[in-house]
Design a protein around this ligand. Structure first.
Ligand SMILES: [Ca+2]
Length: 513
């Protein structure tokens, strides 16, 4: 019988046996500072997928080296790494083959995670996380390459950096790898598997199971070093590698490249799937398992008196709205910046639902399901330009993700004019004309810079910029634009020299066409 891979620790039997505990334990907010809203509200945001490759064999993770190659490296459960390029497609040759050492038993063991060192063209280090033969030990390894584009990577190059025994149960191996904004390597490990946190690891700081680790893999002479500011350095009985704890199976986590915050998607047992959000530098967070699952107490016997549990920022019902959350990324690309900048996108292995989450300007989070992506997604990925991809399990497809909007076209025309330009900067004037028959009362004009422009020192508008996405709001004296009327505003920009001008604009979230 063919079994599916992506239940990721959620079994029907477990769902039926999950205790119904409804009392609440103390919970602390894990929220990061709210990001400015993107131009399109979540209820007008749409998402679609376009298949760009097929023939993957149970893909598990996607990473894009920052070497200008435009490649995606994709791990497969059996122990292989494949290469995709947007022009040449999925390469027939395997980049790295570790099938002789990867334990693929059960649904959840295999080659699970991959990361490339920052400034990959110079540093050329490839990191992988997998379950190792013969007993499923979770393993972090490094491969140093001779050249960034070296193909294949010799398996004999392997340097094993850190291992954690994981023999009792084949499920809950975590496996995500990512470099943080601090240059350290983060690695997620599941709680050791079985069910109910039977090994009691989630709240136990003496084990690496049920944790996210933070490692300095750049120190000389040792496989890795523990950063001196890790939260449990010097705590008796605690493993100093731990960065965050109280996790069940953090299959995916990611960092927002703009604010450095950490988004964790923790697969639930039988009741709730959850997404957690930690501000940059938030050390030692306790995400709750197995005292808590999502917004509820799971097992009161595991609750530690006085403990502060970080509350999930989003949760949904296991077996109603899906079965296993597949964490994703915050959109910081250019192509859809005016629609989706600052939006975290996650999905679910069983339902394929696209869950959009966005920090709200007044605090809290706006969340909305945006429809269905594909069946059996196992990983979302982001290319070097910040654009999104998805790979799915048994179909073995790679999809590109696009955003759109249901917002009606606005009745507006916008001109963008560079007035003057010198060695280090420029000034520009933007003129908005109301081409409709109704007055506009209060306006927000949005666009995305196609180049490296940064805007500041605004006049006749209140401007802000997030990545390449720019938002300009009316000043208090020019909020109304009569039918046929115009307003002009401007700013001081950098850098100097000729830059491509923005070509599409929005007025109050709707495109000017
Ligand atoms: Ca939790």
């Amino acid at each position: 019988m063919r079994r599916t891979f992506g239940r990721l620790g959620v079994t029907a039997a477990v769902a039926l046996l999950a205790p119904l505990v409804l009392s609440a334990a103390p919970a602390a907010r894990g929220a990061a500072p709210a990001a400015p809203a993107a131009a399109v509200p979540l209820d007008q945001l749409t998402v679609t997928t376009t298949q760009v490759a097929s023939g993957l064999r149970r893909p598990t993770a996607i990473v894009a080296p920052d070497d200008g190659s435009r490649r995606l490296l994709i791990t497969e459960k059996a122990g292989t790494v494949r290469t995709y390029h947007p022009e040449s497609g999925l390469a027939a040759d395997t980049l790295l083959d570790l099938t002789d050492r990867v334990d693929t038993s059960g649904n959840e063991r295999g080659l699970l995670g991959i990361a490339t060192s920052p400034r990959f063209a110079q540093t050329r280090a490839l990191y992988v996380a997998y379950t190792a033969l013969p007993d499923g030990r979770v393993t972090l390894s490094r491969f140093r390459l001779d050249r960034a584009d070296q193909t294949p990577v010799p398996p004999a190059r392997e340097e094993i950096l850190l291992t954690q025994p994981h023999a009792e149960y084949p499920n809950h191996n975590g496996g995500q790898l990512a470099f943080g904004p601090d240059g350290y390597l983060y690695w997620s490990l599941g709680d050791g598997g079985g069910a109910d946190d039977v090994l009691n690891t989630g709240q136990n700081l003496g084990t690496l199971l049920g944790k996210i680790l933070r490692l300095d893999v750049g120190c000389a002479g040792r496989p890795y070093c523990v950063p001196a500011d890790n939260p449990f350095v010097g705590t008796a009985g605690a493993r100093p590698e731990i960065w965050a704890y109280g996790l069940r199976n953090p299959w995916k986590f990611s960092f927002d490249p703009q604010d450095g915050s950490l988004w964790i998607a923790d697969v639930g047992q039988g009741t709730y799937e959850e997404v957690d959000h930690l501000a940059r530098g938030r050390a030692g967070a306790n995400l709750g398992w197995s005292c808590r699952e999502g917004p509820q107490v799971f097992n009161p016997d595991r609750c530690v008196p006085g403990a502060q549990y970080v509350e999930a920022v989003f949760s949904y019902r296991t077996s109603t709205d899906g079965c296993a959350v597949i964490g994703g990324h915050v959109y910081r690309g250019r192509q859809f910046a005016d629609l989706a900048a600052g939006t975290y996108l996650a999905t679910d292995y069983c339902s394929g639902t696209a869950f959009a989450i966005r920090p709200a300007s007044g605090g809290g989070y706006a969340t909305r399901p945006l429809g269905e992506l594909t069946i059996q997604p196992t990983t979302l990925g982001v290319d070097a330009d910040g654009e999104f991809y998805l790979a799915n399990d048994l179909p073995g497809q790679l999809h590109r993700i696009s955003f759109g909007t249901t917002a009606p076209a606005a009745t507006c025309a916008v001109t963008y004019k560079v007035d003057s330009q010198w060695g280090t900067g420029f000034t520009a004037t933007v003129t908005v004309t109301n081409t409709g028959s109704q007055p506009v009362n209060g306006w927000t004009v949005g666009w995305t810079f196609p180049g490296p422009q940064r805007a500041s020192n605004w006049w006749n508008a209140v401007g802000s910029q997030q990545g390449a996405a720019v938002t300009a709001r009316n000043a208090n004296w020019n909020a109304t634009i009569a039918p046929g009327g115009s307003v002009s505003f401007g700013f001081l920009g950098t850098p100097g020299g000729a830059q491509p001008a923005p070509t599409t604009f929005t007025l109050n979230g709707a495109a000017c066409r």
